[in-house]
Design a binder for this molecule. Sequence first.
Ligand code: OGA
Ligand code: NI
Length: 364
Amino acid sequence: MELKVVKASVEKGEGLGWGKSLLVPSIQEILKNDSQSVPERYIQEQKDRPLISQNLFDSLQVPVIDFSMLAQKDANEIRKLDLACKEWGFFQIINHGVREEIMVNMKAAMAAFFELPFQEKSKCAKAANEIQGYGQNFVVSEKQKLDWCDMMFLKTFPHETRNFKFWPLTLPGFKEAVEEYSTEIRKVSNKIDANLSVLMGMDQNGLKRKLGEFQQGIRMNYYPTCSRPDLVLGISPHSDGSLFTLLLQDDEINGLQIKHKEVWIDAKPIPNSLVVNIGDAIEILSNGMYKSIEHRAISNEKKPRMSIATFVMPGDEVQIGPLDSMVNEKHLPRSYRNIKYIDYIRQKFAMKMQGKAHTAIVKL
Ligand code: OGA
Ligand code: NI
């Protein structure tokens, strides 16, 4: 069988950005030839396989934050947010103000892209020395196990980081849907950042003042059905390199799991909500008070699952390190060294996804 590798030419002058990743076949295409196939390259080592059977910790729920209460500066809701960040690193937000229509359009645009013929999708394919575009990232060795997932990564903010070479511009409505969704998510992220600023001992503009204009990137994950979800992983355990991430997930299909007190638990979808998780950059800035938590996605036999992750990040040239307000020589010594954000993100993209291994570079 001929494997269709998602491939674009390597162009001169590229590759000086965030990183690169080996080119790999599209799992969606492999399954078009044989929907039951589970190629060896996707079968995880025994120790890494997910437990698909009944989840013993079904009763545990990721905290839910009512965003409209935060807007009213409700002290109880702010305390809930603080606890969610400390104890979970994850929360789901409801009443976030993003109109349902905008989320529906975004999901439809993503679905329309992944339903295109392979040849069409390949026009947006990432090159080996790029991380934007259609394909897969974090593949650094031919021997490494692959995730049961195809993805599309696009930078969306600041405007000048948009590289339309990787956007399916001929797909009706795609560009508009991504732009509109990203603009709305930016508003939500501004409110999250204002709240986190205050919780980290600053005024509400504290993070913006320290970090300048935030960058935003969108990762669309397409997880095809799998005849043996017990053998594979949709996305390997990792923490995000962002400040924080907002995830729009399928309203019905479970897939996202987070590691809470050493146990994998499902982040069960709440329709129209957004899942928010703390990324490595906030862990570093908060001097470890808020942790970026390991998470993964599992696949399923019944339906393809799609998710849309928006990463909110500092600018490339910004130095990140524990905030003065989070360090105290006596009681809260610095746990992380300072690092330029692009150096941090480059070394994250240089490794396979492997839990929090990539965070070692900043730990003191
Ligand atoms: C990610 C991610 C989880 C999911 O894209 O970083 O963790 O449920 N996705 O798709
Ligand atoms: Ni993630």
